[in-house]
Design a protein around this ligand. Sequence first.
Ligand code: PLP
Length: 448
Amino acid sequence: MTDIEQLITSNPLLTDIRNSEEIFWNNSMYLPVEEATKQTKYSMADIEDAEARLQRFAAFIRVAFPETEATDGIIESPVSEISDMKNYLNDTLATTLDGKLLLKRDDLLPISGTIKARGAIYEVLKHAENLALQKGMLESTEEDYAVFASEAFNEFFSSYHIAVGTTGNLGISVGTMARKLGFNVTVHMSVEAKQWKKDYLRDKGVEVIEHDTDFSKAVENGRAESDANPNSYFVDDEHSVELFLGYTVGGYRMKKQLEREGITVDADHPLFVYLPCGIGGSPGGITFGLKQAFGEHVHCFFAEPTKMPSMLVGLLTEKYDDVSVFDFQLGGLTIADGLAVPRTSGLVAKLMRTFFSGGYSVQEGVFNGLLSSLYDTESIFLEPAAVAGLVGPYRLMKTDNGKGYIESSGLSDKMDQATHIAWATGGSMVPEKDRAAFLEESKAYSIN
Ligand SMILES: *Cc1c(COP(=O)(O)O)cnc(C)c1O
């Protein structure tokens, strides 16, 4: 037996994962946030630095993307209560959720309509700022960044290249922002990537290269090609600190947003957040920001398809990116294309192993059932990846491990004052035809 096979046989949760069963996992590596933060290279100062950069670029974004005028060039999304969906879930899963159920609407983020608008756009902006400062286009960060929308800057960036490997959405965010600045852009796509995403990017003048391989291979090919060109910058989903830091801002901003919504988060009012997880950058970064904002009062769980539980296998085996879902004979196409990542980011998995409260996995039919029931109850269409958070509160309340988490965290008598947030990670850009196809396909499924 290989040592991975041995681990699978000796750990019941790993056996369940191998058998494609849904699991709910409590993270035994979890540490109180102060201790956990001390063990990382990153802190509040990094979040503040990233937020300040996004504020500087707001003047440019406002001009370049008029849809952001209402928010003064800040890329943000609302959070809203979904009571009808909650009632539906209560009935269908025969469990009463006592606290509030909210949806964080990153599907409505301007510019790219997915959570990638946080990390990916941040990374492109940071690279653009670095180049402009290095080459003397910008004298200091005190200048008015509206100049990034000028003809001169566009021409300057047109002698540089940005490349990325992606299941689709990362390419949309990187491609849209980088083309707007004037960069040449190449997007390497994996087989999961949807046709409309390729068409959309080509329409924007992005070179799209299709690889007949999975996500990890598409990234590898993209990286190799980009590295061969000294004027090319590669947005590296597997190792990118900038992506991670861009996401942290989204988590930290929840502090003010929930205050504005009149939602209290403290020892008596716990906050639970459920985040769809692909390679780990977005759930990792958002969790880091949330933990800095709310400390021990926020409990963050990531959610993955049973076909692609890359973060779960990385953390449960403690092998991080040295293990992939293929070692579990898993993989294959999942309806949740945004989460179709066979191997987690080593950077994020190692960094975040002490911050996540846990994670869970979701079967294909459940993605379908959540997608159609959210549409029926709330008239909200999300792309399949984005619905994974919605069952989180019920898994927490219904599974033995979930119940164990509530009890051991001393929260049993506080659950009626809890707030649960399912992070909706994308959907508003999916074309009408594709929506109709998803909804038609999903009708036949139920979540239980
Ligand atoms: C990318 C993506 C995720 C997951 O983000 P990772 O950083 O890959 O973990 C979730 N939902 C959607 C819609 C995405 O595009």
